[in-house]
Design a protein around this ligand. Structure first.
Ligand code: ATR
Length: 290
């Protein structure tokens, strides 16, 4: 019988993960089955334990359960600890291991597919929710020189930075390249949209504004001055943020489909010990969406 995996969320019907993992499995010759698991909003733990007890080997976790998955996991990777959230569960003999592959997925997509070396760069992230929290550690580890988190509600960005620094102090993974905590003053900063400063090489949208097709209330100059604008969300059509960035004069903008494929590849690696090639899967999904 094939080893069973699934993505658990609510809603989950729209998830592209089954299609991505089916392609990875075919490509690498791994005998797995990967489905969708819709859990009731108040029934995450029960659904996970039922899946595990029926022989399931691992789960991807999507909204709104990443914090519950973090709390439930018996062990957590260093990057999950820094993210404060888990998107990948692996059911080991000695308990469930929680990992977070979102940030690694973003870094890989930026550096490998898009060719943007992050070391020494100034990066601006818009938004201060869970999506942002998941990527701070991996961006710093990739050597970003300045990471600014700007949010509509400035206090949330400031709190997020404080929370992250506290987590980094107490939980920085052994061998982490997070260069010494506390981080040098100014390397990581939270603020409002109006105080985001200038000179950012990369602007990343991690807000949920695009889901409603809303424009972000940020200055065009922030986007025009960047080499790349990156939307952590993706859609079959051009996202609102990609459209806004290009209209503002940013030379290059892309959505988060690549991040989705890369975070899936990291999960696949954690489960199967094999790293699939992502480029052909990205191309296939892009073509499918079009
Ligand atoms: P999650 O944890 O899933 O990322 P969240 O905590 O609701 O979700 O965070 C959503 C983010 O999108 C927040 O940074 C939110 O800004 P506020 O903290 O000010 O609410 C941001 N956001 C959502 N809609 C927005 C909009 N129309 N304009 C600007 N920011 C928006």
């Amino acid at each position: 019988m094939s080893d069973r995996y699934a993505v658990i969320g609510n809603p989950v019907a729209h998830s592209r993960s089954p299609s991505i993992h089916a392609r990875f499995a075919k490509q690498t010759g791994q005998d797995i089955e990967y489905g969708r698991l819709l859990a009731p909003l108040d029934g995450f733990v029960e659904a996970v334990e039922r899946f595990r007890d029926a022989g399931g080997r691992g789960l991807n976790v999507t909204l709104p359960f990443k914090l519950e998955a973090f709390a439930w996991a018996a062990r957590r990777s260093g990057r999950a600890q820094l993210a404060g959230a888990v998107n990948t569960l692996r059911f080991d003999r000695d308990g469930a291991r929680g990992d977070n592959t979102d940030g690694a997925g973003l870094v890989r997509d930026l550096e490998d597919r898009l060719g943007l070396a992050l070391a020494g760069r100034s990066v601006l992230i818009l938004g201060a929710g869970g999506a942002t929290r998941g990527v701070i550690g991996p961006l710093l580890e990739a050597g970003v020189a300045r990471l600014t988190i700007a949010n509509r509600t400035p206090s949330r960005a400031i709190e997020l930075v404080d929370d992250f620094l506290r987590a980094a102090e107490s939980r920085a993974p052994a061998g982490s390249a997070l260069p010494g905590t506390p981080l040098p003053a100014g390397r990581l900063r939270g603020c409002g949209f109006d105080d985001a400063g200038g000179g950012h090489d990369l602007v990343v949208n991690a807000t949920s504004a695009g889901l409603a097709g809303e424009r972000l209330p940020i200055a065009d100059a922030l986007l025009a001055g960047a080499v790349l604008a990156y939307d952590m969300f993706y859609a079959a059509r051009e996202t609102a943020f990609v459209a806004q960035a290009l209209a503002a004069g940013c030379p290059r903008a892309c959505d988060g489909l690549g991040m989705l494929v890369e975070q899936a590849a990291e999960s696949f690696l954690a489960w199967r010990g094999v790293r699939p090639l992502t480029a052909p899967v990205y191309e296939a999904l892009r073509a499918e969406a079009a």
